[in-house]
Design a protein around this ligand. Structure first.
Ligand code: GTQ
Length: 345
């Protein structure tokens, strides 16, 4: 804590006297509380997939998905150790499901995203509907929806979990319960939600019941096709390349109320201009290799790596090869609260 002036014995004695009454002098901490710009303990950091994967496979030998409920290695920000947080508001973890395993059904008020990193053919079920998971797919499990995961393929399946755990903890708004069955009953055919909500048509009398997109799977095949089509116009944003936001088709808003999700294409050799924003951002590399400079930190990345950029840290990306980056942040929350800011250059 920075203080305006050294306390001196008289003031120090005063602080001691008021402390048992749960009182503290604002003037000793005001400067640290109300800062002229964001001051964050969050550090820029990269997790190399090959290294984390080894530990994850060892976890696979030590504990089953059933016993663990979720077999996940949390990506903890070095500035927030012990807090299960990659940024102040958001959580990240790599989840492993081995062939034949099930991560049992539960629901919680925390919203979650899954971004598939390795393997193909496992599924997530959300509210009675299954979706098949392939690398680069984004799957949402909205707040308070039943979900379970299963792997019927013959290979390990790994995905990045992004949740608003720290945010919900800060608000003391966590509720959770387990289903008394491993998997929830399937009540809708595969492809129901994409047909019902994801094709520019909506059931005539349908009204959204939550702020999360009713389309809970965004397959990479379609995402990639969008990037491939739009690149033809060569409208590169100097700070982002070609960047898209995953949207709730019913409202046009973010796909989830607490977590913003994005994907961007950087052509080979593209170097972005310096940029900063108040939403600390988690990146997952889908394709390509490159380098992100965050202040004086250099993060060299390749496919499947995960890295994080703190709030208000100036950063720029260099794509050595054509690259596709997925990212998520608490931007929707900050926008709703009129807090979100960005600066270019
Ligand atoms: O799959 O529901 O990484 O509840 C952390 C908490 C995953 C999940 C996590 C969870 C889940």
């Amino acid at each position: 804590m920075r203080s305006a002036a050294p306390a001196g014995p008289e003031r120090a004695a005063f602080y001691e006297r008021i402390s048992p009454g749960n009182l503290a002098p604002l003037w000793e901490s005001l400067h640290a509380l109300v800062t002229p710009q964001p001051v964050s303990p969050v550090e820029a950091c990269l997790w190399r997939y090959a290294e984390v994967r080894e530990h994850l496979m060892e976890a696979g030998r030590l504990i089953t998905a059933q016993e663990a409920e979720r077999r996940v290695l949390i990506l903890e920000n070095p500035g927030l150790r012990g807090q299960a947080a990659i940024t102040r508001s958001l959580y990240a973890g790599l989840q492993l499901i081995l062939p034949g395993e099930v991560a049992p059904a539960h629901r919680h008020t925390q919203s979650a995203l899954r971004f598939v990193v390795e393997g193909e053919g496992a599924h997530t079920a959300v509210e009675g509907e299954r979706t098949v998971m392939r690398p680069g797919d984004l799957v949402l499990t909205p707040s308070w929806t039943w979900h379970d995961h299963g792997n019927e393929s013959d290979r390990p399946m790994v995905w990045l979990d992004g949740l608003d755990i720290p945010l919900v903890r800060m608000l003391d708004a966590s509720f959770a319960e387990k289903l008394n069955a491993e998997e929830q009953p399937v009540s809708r055919p595969v492809g129901d939600a994409p047909a019902r909500y994801g094709k520019g048509l909506l059931p005539v009398d349908w009204k959204p019941r939550s702020q999360t997109s009713p389309v809970f799977s965004y397959p990479y095949e379609r995402t990639r096709e969008v990037l491939e089509t739009l690149r033809r116009t060569e409208e590169w944003d100097p700070c982002h390349g070609l960047k898209m936001r995953y949207a709730n088709p019913a409202t046009g808003g973010h796909a989830m109320p607490t977590i913003g999700t994005f994907v961007q294409l950087l052509p080979k050799g593209f170097a972005t201009e310096p940029y900063r924003c108040t939403d600390a951002t988690v990146y997952a590399v889908v394709e390509g290799t490159g380098r992100t400079r965050v202040g004086d930190r250099v993060l060299d990345w390749g496919p499947k790596d995960v890295f994080v950029v703190p709030s208000w840290a100036p950063h720029r990306h260099d794509a050595q090869e054509e690259a596709v980056l997925f990212s998520y942040s608490d931007r929707p929350v900050q926008e709703k609260l009129d807090l979100w800011r960005e600066a270019r250059g």
